[in-house]
Design a protein. Structure first.
Length: 130
């Protein structure tokens, strides 16, 4: 009896496994029929064209971002955009005859404006035109 139950369990298990295996989706790779992949030179040209398109889209996005950042109207209370928080925009207050910043404050120069920013939350505290 025990052998019969084991045999029955094994046969049911095998039956369900074969059904699962035959029900799996089949992926036909038809790339060999596609004209783009018949000629390696053609594939390279398409790849280069795709790279140029991606580069053009990236350049346009960067140009739009720079234009947007240049048009910003700085006001106290606004958050300083991350783009301008780099060391390239930081200035020493002594070199530019600016008021001494408090602790955890930093002067930045952006578009000929000197901007005092709170280093903890990046809020603009004061703006001076020079």
């Amino acid at each position: 009896m025990k052998k019969l139950l084991v045999a029955l369990t094994m046969s049911i298990s095998m039956l369900t496994l074969t059904n699962i295996a035959t029900a799996a989706p089949h992926f036909d790779d038809e790339r060999h029929d596609h004209p783009r992949f018949n000629n390696p030179g053609q594939a390279k040209k398409h790849r280069q064209a795709d790279e140029h398109k991606a580069e053009d889209r990236r350049r346009m996005r960067e140009e739009r971002g720079v234009k947007r950042l240049q048009q910003l109207k700085w006001q106290p209370g606004y958050v300083m955009p991350q783009h301008y928080r780099g060391n390239g925009y930081k200035v020493e207050y002594k070199d530019h005859k600016l008021p001494k910043p408090d602790r955890k404050q930093q002067w930045y120069k952006v578009n000929n404006d000197y901007i005092l920013v709170d280093s903890e939350n990046n809020n603009i505290i004061r703006i001076l035109d020079h």
